[in-house]
Every structure is written in C-alpha cells, then in structure tokens.
Design a protein around this ligand. Structure first.
Ligand code: PLP
Length: 480
C-alpha cells in the first residue's frame, strides 16, 4: 500500500471508529456469537488478489463487531474496566504508523526516552518513591514473572550464571494469598519455584486481606524446615473483591528475611492518581517492585502495564544480554529497555500514555476516577439497604461484590441454608442479565459460593447507568 492509498483508507477507518464508538450504547454488551460463528464467516484460505478497503471495512461491521463483548459500553460492569480512551487510541495509531523498532536505545532513541519520561511522570503522579525507576511491560502477568525472577536471582546471588535453581541447596518459598490473581501462581510456577513452594497465607474473613501474623508464622515454619523464603506478592486490589493486603505490616516481616516484596496493584494503581487514595500502598518505601495497569481503569488502550523497581541495576543484571550486533557507541550512557524484561523488541507503547495524558489531562482522569469511586459507594449503600440483598466485601475501590439472597436459602444472619440452590439462582439471574445485552456483570466464586462482581469504571459510565443497572439486577433476580 502506498502512502496516498493509506491516506484515503485511514481517513475512512477513523470515520468508522468514531461512528462505532458513537453507536456502542446501542449494541448488546455481551457478544452473542456462538463458538465457531466468527471463523465460519471467514474464507478458509487467505486472499490471493487484493480486496477493496470498503470490503474490509464492511467485514468489521459484519464479522468483527458482533464478536466483541463491548467493554467500552456504558453498561459494561464486568471483570475490570478495560478502557481504551480515544486519546490513547491516537497514540497507538501513531505507534503503528511510526513502525519504530525498539531493540536498543540506538534503534529508536525517542522510544526509550519518551518512555522514561512518561513513566517518570506517572511515578510522580502516583506518589511512588522518587528513587524508583519504571518500564512499560505488556501485562501485569509478565511484570510479576519478571519480579519473581529478580527475587530468585537476588536470593541466590545470581544462580542463573551457575547451575540455576537445580544447583540450589534448599527450596525457595513464595507467599501470597488465595485471592491473588491467577497470574501470581502462574509466575511462581514459571519462575521455577514450583507450586509446592507457594504458600497461601491466611486472610481476614471479611477484608480478605493477608494477615501479617499468619505470614510471619508461615515464614518461620519454612525457615525451621530448612527452606528459604524469598518473595511475597502483596495484593493491592484483588481481582475478586479489590482486597488490599497491609503492605506496611508485611514489609518488616519480609525485610527481616531478606525477601523481595512485589506489589500487584494491576487494578488499584489507577487509584493512586488520586492523592487521597495513596494509603492503599502505605509502606511502599520498603518494597522492591510494583506493577499497575494503565490499560485497565485509567484507560490507555491494551497493552500497557507499568512496572517500577527500587533497584534497577539489579533488574538489569538479571535480564541483560549483550550480543555484538546490538552494540552501539553510547552503551553505558543510556537506558536499554531490552534489559528490563523478557522480550528484546518492544513497541513504542509510551505514545499511548503520552497522548492520553496530553490530550485528556490529569485532572479529567482524576475526576472520572472519583466519579466511579462515588458511584460504587452509592451502589453499595443501595444494595445494603435492599431486603434480600447483601454486599459481600468491603468496597475498597470501584467494585461492589454482591448477592441476591432469598430468605428461602439464606438466613437473615447470612447463614447459607441451601448453597446449591443459592448458587443456581445466582448463575441463572446473572446469565439472564448478560444475555439480555443490556448490561454485563461477572459471576465469580467467593469463598466457595457464587457471587456477583459489579465493577464500575467504563469511561462513559455515569451514575444514571449505575442506577439503571441496579434496577435491572433487582427486577431480574427478584423475579426469578
Ligand atoms: N493482577 C490483578 C489484581 C488483576 O486483576 C489482573 C487482571 O485483571 C492481573 C494481575 C493480570 O493483568 P494482565 O492482564 O495485565 O496480565
């Protein structure tokens, strides 16, 4: 495609995207396609001759849009927000159009330096320690894996340069809670610790936050048994209920044993843009790394996960490679982000943050986050006040975990009389809400029983949308 042809097609695509965004409120939130429907609409082999751009655009409407659960919809209350603000979309366009190759500083100096500056802005905006440095990883899952690899190498004095884990004298243990995101046990497994060496530390039954004394006991028991505690993953905003582990009380226990403290704030990190929410990570000065995802609530289009570390030199020592073909005259003077994580080649991801921050401004982002926090609190109050409904966890952020509990199956004091019937009821009414296309919520197991997560924070969601959702939940669940 020549630049002139691109110009025409790209204008049409931008118009298409703007029109699509405008009509999202009229689309069903949950995709209605069945498995195989989308693939069945595609030819079985690739086109040999070029097709018109119009034909491709038509297929965006015909094939692609129906196959998307509309997470940019004002009535999307599922999983966690996955906002793709149009300002950040413009940045992503620019990234694709530039087609820069990020493999060394020399391959695209602006890619490295815009990333360093923007990640620094966000460090300051979220109140993280001034001495920490950051990098953009693709996802929080990758960031946790990188953190645990760094933890492993610090504990073993760089075993990777010798016999690796296989030559270590004692098993190494990692600590988190049962409410940690599934990417945490996955990272523990991938970093070679083994599931047997992951300790699930006890939590408070209401807040679902790690109990520091239980951590201290688990660590002491492992030390007594000849194992080496090396890392604790502190959850600030769990996926299930946005529970917040008490970092300030965990850090001293970890420090006593030289353990790495990684903070998974994938969702909650956006809240740190609000000075009044910084208490979520009180004690962070004593931690080693923190990750959060601007690609969730803040609204940088996927994928964009910020990872900050207290000791970048250590991270670089663990991750660095130095093949001769990547040498340049400025080595040693510049940041080489290839040495801050797993991939060599990187996209110019910083542009979507740069565009979003410049075009929307921090104040507007903060106002939106405050709006969502207030909407969540207001919903929780209404749920608590409604007969037969219960809020199942503290509302620490913008997610309300609730359940409709008919008296036939749940006693007024919360005692579940018939768990199977309650679970079937919950799944049935949630399915009805989601199939209606009017809104989307997520059923999730909490302490063995189905609950419902209402995660507020899609960019266009107003208090009216939340009120409409609450009405829909009541009419659907109470009728069933
Ligand atoms: N940690 C928490 C608390 C999450 O909620 C999620 C995803 O929702 C992740 C980690 C994983 O994020 P990612 O999709 O960026 O790997």
């Amino acid at each position: 495609m020549k630049p002139e042809e691109f110009r025409t097609a790209a204008h049409a695509l931008v118009d298409w995207i703007a029109d699509y965004r405008e009509r999202i409120p009229d689309l069903p939130v949950q995709s209605r396609v069945k498995p195989g429907d989308v693939a069945g609409m595609l030819p079985t082999s690739a086109p040999v001759a070029p097709e018109s751009f119009d034909a491709v655009l038509r297929d965006l409407d015909r094939v692609v849009v129906p196959g998307i659960t509309q997470v940019q919809h004002p009535s999307f209350f599922g999983w966690f927000p996955s906002n793709a603000t149009l300002s950040s979309v413009l940045g992503d366009f620019a990234t694709a159009g530039l087609g820069a190759l990020g493999i060394t500083w020399q391959s695209a100096p602006s890619l490295t330096e815009v990333e360093e500056v923007v990640v620094g802005w966000l460090r300051e905006l979220t109140g993280l320690p001034e001495s920490w440095r950051g990098v953009i990883q693709d996802t929080a899952s990758t960031a946790c894996l990188v953190a645990l690899l760094a933890a492993r190498e610090r504990a073993t004095d760089y075993s990777e340069t010798r016999g690796g884990l296989q030559a270590e004298p004692a098993p190494m243990t990692v600590y988190t809670t049962e409410y940690a995101h599934s990417s945490i046990p996955k990272a523990v497994a991938l970093a070679g610790f083994g599931a047997d060496n992951l300790r699930v530390v006890a939590t408070d039954p209401w807040t679902r936050a790690m109990l520091p004394e239980a951590l201290a006991e688990a660590v002491a028991a492992d030390v007594a048994d000849g194992r080496r505690p090396v890392a604790v993953v502190v959850n600030v905003g769990t996926t299930g209920t946005t529970a917040v582990d008490p970092l300030a009380e965990i850090v001293p226990i970890a420090r006593e044993h030289g353990m790495w403290v990684h903070v998974d704030a994938a969702m909650a990190g956006s809240a740190l843009l609000l000075p009044e929410m910084r208490g979520l990570v009180a004690g962070l000065d004593g931690a080693d790394s923190l990750t959060w995802n601007p690609h969730k609530w803040m609204g940088a289009v996927l994928d964009c996960s910020l990872m900050y570390v207290a000791d970048p030199q250590h991270l670089v020592r663990v991750m660095a490679t130095g093949p001769s073909y990547l040498r340049s005259a400025v080595d040693g003077e510049v940041t080489q982000f290839k040495d801050w994580g797993i991939p060599l080649g990187r996209r110019f991801r910083a542009l979507k943050l740069w565009f979003q921050l410049r075009l929307d401004g921090v104040e507007a982002i903060q106002a939106r986050l405050r709006r969502d926090l207030a909407n969540a609190r207001a919903l929780a109050e209404q749920v608590e006040a409604a007969e037969g409904w219960r809020v199942l966890a503290p509302v620490a952020l913008q997610t309300v975990v609730l359940r409709h509990e008919p008296r036939a199956w749940v006693a007024p004091d919360g005692d579940v009389l018939d768990g199977a019937a309650l679970d079937a009821h919950t799944l049935a009414w949630v399915d009805e809400v989601n199939s209606s296309g009017a809104a989307f919520i997520t059923p999730a197991k909490l302490d063995g029983r189905w609950s419902v997560r209402v995660s507020i924070g899609a960019e266009p969601t107003t208090s009216d949308d939340v009120a409409a959702l609450w009405h829909l939940l009541r009419t659907t669940a109470e009728r069933d």
